[in-house]
Every structure is written in structure tokens, then in C-alpha cells.
Write a protein that binds this ligand. Sequence first.
Ligand code: TXA
Ligand code: MG
Length: 318
Amino acid sequence: MTLVGGGEQVARAVELLASGGLVAFPTETVYGLGADATNPAAVRRVFEAKGRPAGHPLIVHVGHVDAIERWADRPDPRARQLVAAFWPGPLTVIVPSSGSAVPEVTGGRGTVGLRMPDHPLTLELLQRFDGGLVGPSANRFGHVSPTTAGHVLDDLDGRLDLVLDGGPARVGLESTIVEVLVGQPPTLLRPGGISVGQLEQVLGEPIVDGRTGPSRAAGMLASHYAPHATVEIVDVADARSDGVPNDIGVAVISAIALDHPDVTVLSNDAGRFGAGLYEALRAIDARGMERIVIVPPTDGVLLPAVLDRLSKAAGPRS
Ligand code: TXA
Ligand code: MG
């Protein structure tokens, strides 16, 4: 059994983490599965709990902007600029590792992913722990990321020690990941809660799309973020003209109101759509539906992040 608790549990969480335990924590994006990023045995337990193949690197969550100096080795000034502008917030920077994160965290690469999440409970946890916590999304590998403490238990009950319950995640989509290395253009590895336009505005230079080369982030694998039901995408224009399938076993998640017996209407704004997407996917799965038809939003700066997750949910299953 896994313990679930709120703010009064932070001291217990710090003790558990210091002794190699696993504590799931809330963030503004999705819940993370926390362990001490300097403890190889604890980090190996995270891979086991998730069923995540070894070698997929984990990001390190920190409680201060200055922590970049501890975990990164001579970061490019542009990385410092980005974290000054967007931390705490849904941005992960990939920078050269100082070696403070153990090789189990970085997958033996020379780089490390760093993020300061924007959630009061987890910032308190990180500041009291006074270290770095790995934090992959707290779901079984390949499944939909959790946006509530209940989702974490649905996937991982009995595989971790404590879930800190900080309520539903505000953004609901994983962080934007950008690699910033000396002498190279800043490179987008995963679109997320901070848009490319926002990053470019701060840096004053274009961001290169790193998703077209060989898969560099686990979230870039085709079948990531998938519910158990199959997923099909029908765009707004087709949904309006032809309707969507309404056979038995089909549930719809839509950006717009539709005449359908089983439809969850979110919003045509990608930010609001994204905030409800994972909850909607999990709720439909829990009802044992076979097919999910998704009518995606058409507006909002977070559209690339939403479309990225939808194409993965609908992608070929391995
Ligand atoms: O919003 C988020 O980022 C959430 C919350 C909990 O903070 N965490 C999250 O972690 O999404 P995870 O492990 O599910 O996704 C992190 C991604 C993975 O695809 C991983 O491959 C990539 O970041 N990554 C981590 N370190 C990397 C590195 N050094 N180089 C390239 N990719 C890296
Ligand atoms: Mg994940």
C-alpha cells in the first residue's frame, strides 16, 4: 500500500527520500515519481516501478534557479537566460552534466535535464530536501501521464512509498524540453507548457526542431502517452461535415460541441484542452471503451504540444 497525504506529509517525504525511498510529487505539468538523483539504488527503483527501460535519461527537479550551477557544468549563458525567465515553470533545459547526477539518471550521457517545477508543495519539498529529485512522470512506462494523485495510485500503488497530493495539475501536459549546448543552436526535444515563440523571444534566436532526427527523448517514441483504447484523430472540419463514428464502444473527446452519445467536450483553446486531456483519456479507459475518437483544438499557443501528444496517443503501438 502506498501512503497518500498533503502538505503535512512533506517532512515524512524528505525522510523517505533521504533513505532511498520513492515519493510521487505534484507539479504544474504532471505528477513526477521522485527519488534522490545522487542515489543509484533509489534511481534504479524508479525504473523498476515504472517498467521503464534502463538508458532512458531522467530529468532532475530542483528547488532554486541557482541550482543549475550545482548540476550543470559551465552551462551556456542562454541556458541561464531561459531558466531566469521561465523557472519555476514547465521548462526543462538539457545542459552538460557536472556529474552530480549519477549515471543511472543521465543514461551515461554527458548531459542532464533540469527543471524547477511551479507547485508550492513540491517547491517546499525540494527546498527542504536540499538536493535534486529525479522525476519521470509517475505512470507505468508508455501509459498516459498522471494529472492527479489518484492517477498515480491507479498505475503505481504498492510500487512507491508516498504520494504527495497537490490537487489536479494546472498545465496537464509535460514540460517543454530544450537542449542548450555551447556552439549549437537551441534545440527543441519536446514541445510543452512553454511555447517555442516564448523561448525565441527570450533568446532572440530561432529554436531548431530536434524531433525530426533519431529519437532522443523517450517521449518521442511513437507509442508514448497511450491509453489502452485505440485512438483516432478526426479534425474539426471533418467532424462538422461528416460527424464522428458512434458505434458501441466509441467515446469522443472533442474541442467543439458535437451531437454524439458519448462525448467529452474540452475546449478549442489548446491550453485548456491540454489541461483536461489526460484525465479524459484515463476516465474513458476506466469505462473499458475500445476506441477513442479525438477532435483536436485549433487555437492557442500550446497547440504544438497538444498535437504532439495526440499524434503519439494515436501512433502505432509497439
Ligand atoms: O513535465 C515534466 O517534464 C514531467 C514532470 C514530472 O516534471 N516529467 C517528465 O519526465 O515528463 P519524463 O521522464 O516522463 O520525460 C522526460 C524526458 C524523457 O523523454 C527523457 O528521455 C528526456 O526528458 N531527457 C531527460 N534527460 C535527457 C537528456 N540528458 N538528453 C535528452 N533527453 C533527456
Ligand atoms: Mg513520461
